[in-house]
Write a protein that binds this ligand. Sequence first.
Ligand code: FES
Ligand SMILES: [Fe+2]
Length: 377
Amino acid sequence: MLTTQQPIFRRFWHAVMPLSQLADGPQPFTLLGESIVLFLDEHGEPAALKDRCCHRTAKLSKGWCNKGRLQCGYHGWVYDRTGRVVEIPQYEEGRRILPDFKTPAYHCVARYGYAWVALEDPVADIPQIPEFEAPGWRTIFQFYERWETSPLRALENSFDNSHFSFVHRATFGVAAQPKPSKYELVENDTGFYAETVIDAANPPQYQRVSGVSDPITTRHMRNAYFQPFSRRLDIEYPGGVRHIIINCFTPVDDGSIQLCQWLFRNDTEEDCPAQLLIDFDEVITREDKDILESTDPDALVDVRRRGIEFSMDSDRPGMLIRKKLMALLAQHGEAEVHRGLPGVKIMLSREGAGPSCGAACDTGPTLTTTGATAEAA
Ligand code: FES
Ligand SMILES: [Fe+2]
């Protein structure tokens, strides 16, 4: 699926940038292939416009904020948060500015310390994060970084417990136990809920993170998918420590995402310092990033396209994500757009189109993708 080619994703909220970055002035971002500029308005609320001045097309992100309005850096035209030009420094006092002097504006709100943007009228709310700044919980902004992969690849990885013994064999993966534990999957309106208990290596350097001192511990994983590209992972260790990760895999273009990751903990800074938690998850996150950037971002969604990707039982959460995405596309009159269709172009903000392996280089028996979907349901 080429994420930028599916218009429905323009109708969801996406976490795009920590508000703290906007304090330095307007910032560019690419969302679903659209170049946008973010800035803080006169009330300190984030705003998002197309990153294109309607005078001579300069990037507005090269400008600056002036009393909560955005001034183009080329000739100084000034925009408000609705995208209208409200001041032209070259005009004489009192001269009217025509109302069609404007650039497109997008929905933009502040939530959970981030600016969230919907390019068109949103069809769903921003997921709830009850732990954010709640009593008894620490809020830690863990990661905000670019990954050269697609949201579906990152999402399916986040529900995939058959990669721990391989990708994470140097950290928490138990190399001797490659057989994954089984997820219980429960569908709901926003996606699904998946629960399992896994064994996890717990060497001395991880014991402040887990709050237990056994060499191998367990993680009770309560994992939830929120359409289209977010997930919540609530890890509970046997001593009661909770480690809750929220991810938004924000689609930048067809080959990259912005990883936005929050961490919530129910222990204290004395129990386990925030920096240690960031360092702990960073190593694991690097392991995932490295392997995901080797995959083809044009992930198969419509499993009727046989012989492209082959699946096994433990791929059930990933197959259920596909089923949910297929239903979403169908509900909005769309079919999966992928590189194999005639005339389709991949939108990339980096050089090259990533790995080229697709239908043409896949051979071998067609396996159980359809069956796995049915099972997951
Ligand atoms: S290009 Fe922006 S004011 Fe001229
Ligand atoms: Fe992983």
